[in-house]
Write a protein that binds this ligand. Sequence first.
Ligand code: HEM
Length: 234
Amino acid sequence: MSRPDTDISTSGGASESARRREVMIYSRYERFWHWSQAALIFALLFTGLGLHGTHDLLDFKLAVQIHTYAAIALILLWLFTTFWNFTTGQWKQYMFKGGLWKVIRFYAYGILVGEPHPYKKSLQRKQNALQSLAYMTFMVIIGPALWLTGIVYLTYDLWNTAPWSAEALWAIALIHTIAAFAMGAFVIIHVYMTTTGKTIFHYVKTMITGYDRVELSEVEEAYIEQTGMVDMKK
Ligand code: HEM
């Protein structure tokens, strides 16, 4: 189900009359692309590290095959999700937000002494400032570095006779590997962050069911009840 593009939120914060309700904040498509992207990235990281020589758990030829098919599937998924983000207005969720330092301070210190999270989730503001920055880095630097170098790598047979091919292959493999390790670091931090909710599995459950408790103003609640634009539990 798509979410309304119109701004029905109270600028992301709690208002006087805000009430917490169980609302579907991740639509079926969002959950589908999230989990399929995760599975493909794990497959690419595992097979890629096999190709790099970090482990020898897979036959080289099989690793190349899985890596190539998973890469094509991931590129198609990224293309379609980019289209979806723009047509549903969800791209706005990824824009830079203020309050970055407060979120960094919370994860470095506040979380250890039981301070409340400095950010309140709302329908129009599902990510905190640090999440938006991390996902933006993922989408505009790490992702493109991987698929651009990966596609050039795939077409090696077309340019392997050029006099510069050895140096070019070396540079392409180096950038691809650096980006792959950056992606690996992103995944580790991302998985750790998923455990910092109310309970260890709270965020994972949200990404499976789609529902989370968010603060809604009376206006938002009435709007959702009347239009049924977003699924809300009674
Ligand atoms: C998204 C599109 C991607 C494409 C088109 C792609 C393509 C390729 C190709 C063609 C190779 C060389 C295989 C060979 O030796 O024959 C390769 C290697 C590799 N890939 Fe990818 N890949 C992609 C994404 C990823 C991702 C997401 C990761 C990890 C998170 C990754 C990690 C690696 C690693 C570590 C290597 C070995 C590099 C080396 O040591 O030379 N790749 N990739």
